[in-house]
Design a binder for this molecule. Structure first.
Ligand SMILES: Nc1ncnc2c1ncn2[C@@H]1O[C@H](COP(=O)(O)OP(=O)(O)OP(=O)(O)O)[C@@H](O)[C@H]1O
Length: 234
């Protein structure tokens, strides 16, 4: 780890969220004992680490903090948080529920407005979901559900995208295309990824977690594959 290297986002870039020696966990269960970390505008961060190292816990904490600060945050949760009985169209549309009133949303649920169908269609098309657009999500494959959750985040847009294992269920070609779409749309990204190669290609900053500790925090270009593989050892 190169502690002196500066990240591509300059130190003058605004801090969007920061933790200073904070404890994060679930009730009695402490995951991070003493987390110190700042996310600056313009950073593309990949979180790496073994299962249970704390990636989802950190993403959830960032989501709360950014939302409380009034940032527009798009989220792809690990469990996708889709409404199974509703169509791909409706699940993607949910990314902008907060832009309309309850009556508009209820009417659109019963009989989608043409304007909304036309707004959602390019996102479904880009993610290869056009043929499934009217199908209930409960009748989709795992990869199709994951792409629906990505579509909802794309449709939402915002200052920052937080995505927890957003390409774990799709093939490598699709994964690259989706990650590229994320980078083009959102000025700031925090992505939890399992594939080290994809993380190095997509991110400019890699944060490696081990049992609730930040053990790597360096520019992607300063890290070797071997250093990152070490995150998964032992
Ligand atoms: N709701 C919860 N209540 C109590 N403990 C939890 C809860 N969610 C996660 N944990 C624990 O917190 C630790 C970190 O979990 P977390 O889900 O953040 O890891 P992760 O790195 O995202 O794992 P994975 O790659 O498997 O998704 C684990 O030990 C896990 O068992």
């Amino acid at each position: 780890m190169n502690e002196n290297a500066s990240f591509p986002a300059p130190a003058s870039a605004p801090v969007l969220a920061a933790f200073e020696g904070e404890r994060l966990g679930y009730g009695e269960r402490v995951v991070f004992e003493h987390l110190t970390l700042a996310v600056r505008q313009g950073e593309r961060i990949a979180l790496l680490g073994r299962s249970g190292s704390g990636k989802s816990t950190l993403i959830s904490a960032l989501y709360r903090r950014l939302s409380e600060a009034g940032r527009r945050v798009a989220l792809v949760p690990q469990d996708h948080a889709l409404v199974p009985q509703l169509s791909v169209f409706h699940n993607i549309y949910m990314g902008r529920l907060d832009r309309h009133g309850t009556v508009y949303n209820a009417l659109n649920l019963l009989r989608p407005f043409r304007r909304e169908r036309e707004a959602v269609a390019p996102f479904a098309e880009e993610l290869g979901l056009a043929p499934e657009i009217l199908r209930p999500v409960e009748r989709l494959s795992g990869g199709q559900r994951q792409r629906t959750a990505v579509g909802r985040a794309f449709f939402r847009g915002g200052d920052i995208l937080l995505a927890d294992e957003p390409v774990s269920a799709v093939d490598e070609t699709q994964a690259r295309r989706i990650l590229q779409g994320m980078a083009e749309r959102f000025p700031t990204l925090v992505l939890s990824l399992h594939a080290v190669d994809l993380a190095l290609e997509t991110a400019d900053r890699i944060i490696g977690l081990k049992a609730g500790r930040v053990v790597v925090d360096a520019p992607a270009g300063a890290l070797t594959r071997g250093e990152l593989d070490g995150l998964y050892a032992g």
